[in-house]
Design a protein around this ligand. Structure first.
Ligand SMILES: NC(=O)c1ccc[n+]([C@@H]2O[C@H](COP(=O)([O-])OP(=O)(O)OC[C@H]3O[C@@H](n4cnc5c(N)ncnc54)[C@H](OP(=O)(O)O)[C@@H]3O)[C@@H](O)[C@H]2O)c1
Length: 271
């Protein structure tokens, strides 16, 4: 019998690609969850009871850092309460978190699960969410993602991201000291079926890289032969992750440099 997987935020940047990846899997029926905005705990439980999914991929969130800072209550509802209400139903679920939880981590990194020290409200809410979700449902899988990129695709939502920024600006500034990875979102989506089989817990989930964002921008600029003027925005905190835990479970991402090369080839951007 087909496995029913419910995807929240299915029309968002990550969710749309997760739907696409799940629809390519044999024996999987991917279901678009209705928008959860304005829903309360009972409403979410009723919806899940009625739908009877075998698993849930939760991507819905307010993921913009300044928006969260300006709207703390809305961020708490979207980024803490709603995911906890989903987890409480006991259905196997994979929920997205963020590398921003390492924004104040001590030491140079790369940071492993357990090194978290969030500094902004978005990251604090995500970390609170991870802990409350695991308390409610120890089988839940929390995926700490890096900044992700993709091109706009016909019929798929996009949001401004590292790649589209690089293609659309004449000049950009990135930190020349902060080591931080970016990940091709299609790779993130492609590993989701496997991620749903992980034992409950928190996982760094994305590309690894020892490059600074300025190095990464220069690398992509060279790949695409861009004329964008790149300069150093000054020191910032490292966000690079050590993904050994998930690699040991068979989920192996390309490095940031390999992922960018793959994306450029997929779209023929170097031609
Ligand atoms: N994009 C990145 O580079 C990045 C990096 C690290 C982590 N993440 C995490 O990855 C996940 C997916 O990110 P994304 O970039 O795909 O996000 P997104 O496109 O900005 O939003 C995803 C979906 O969230 C839902 N949503 C928006 N506001 C909401 C609210 N107030 N209450 C409940 N739901 C709301 C919307 O779905 P409906 O229209 O159905 O309500 C939206 O389509 C998030 O958990 C995010 O924190 C993203």
């Amino acid at each position: 019998m087909a496995v029913k997987i419910w995807v929240t935020g299915a029309k968002g940047f990550v969710g749309a690609r997760v739907m696409d990846a799940l629809n390519r899997e044999a024996g999987v029926v991917a279901m678009t969850a209705p928008s959860l905005r304005g829903m309360d705990r009972d409403g979410i439980r009723r919806l899940i009871d009625r739908t009877e999914p075998d698993a849930i991929v939760h991507t819905a969130a307010i993921s913009d850092i300044p928006t969260c800072a300006a709207n703390p209550e809305a961020s708490y509802r979207a980024n803490v309460e709603i995911p906890v209400w989903i987890a409480e139903t006991g259905v196997k679920c994979a929920l997205f978190s963020t590398d921003q939880v390492y924004g104040g981590a001590s030491g140079e990194g790369p940071y492993a699960e357990g090194d978290e020290a969030p500094v902004n409200l978005y990251a604090r809410h995500k970390l609170e969410m991870e802990r409350a979700v695991l308390a409610a449902n120890p089988d839940a899988v929390l995926l700490r993602a890096t900044w992700m990129y993709d091109m706009p695709l016909y019929g798929m939502p996009n949001r401004p991201n590292f790649l589209t920024l690089m293609l659309s600006r004449d000049a950009l500034r990135f930190s020349g000291t902060a080591r931080r990875a970016v990940t091709y979102v299609r790779e993130v989506a492609a590993w989701v079926p496997r991620a749903l089989q992980l034992p409950g817990g928190v996982y760094n989930y994305g590309s690894e890289s020892d490059m600074t964002m300025l190095d990464t921008a220069r690398y992509l600029s060279a790949l695409l032969k861009l004329r964008v003027e790149l300069s150093d925005s000054g020191p910032d905190h490292n966000l690079w992750m050590n993904c050994e835990k998930i690699r040991a479970r068979g989920i192996r991402f390309n490095t940031t440099a390999e992922g960018l090369k793959k994306c450029v080839e997929d779209y023929g951007l170097d031609r």
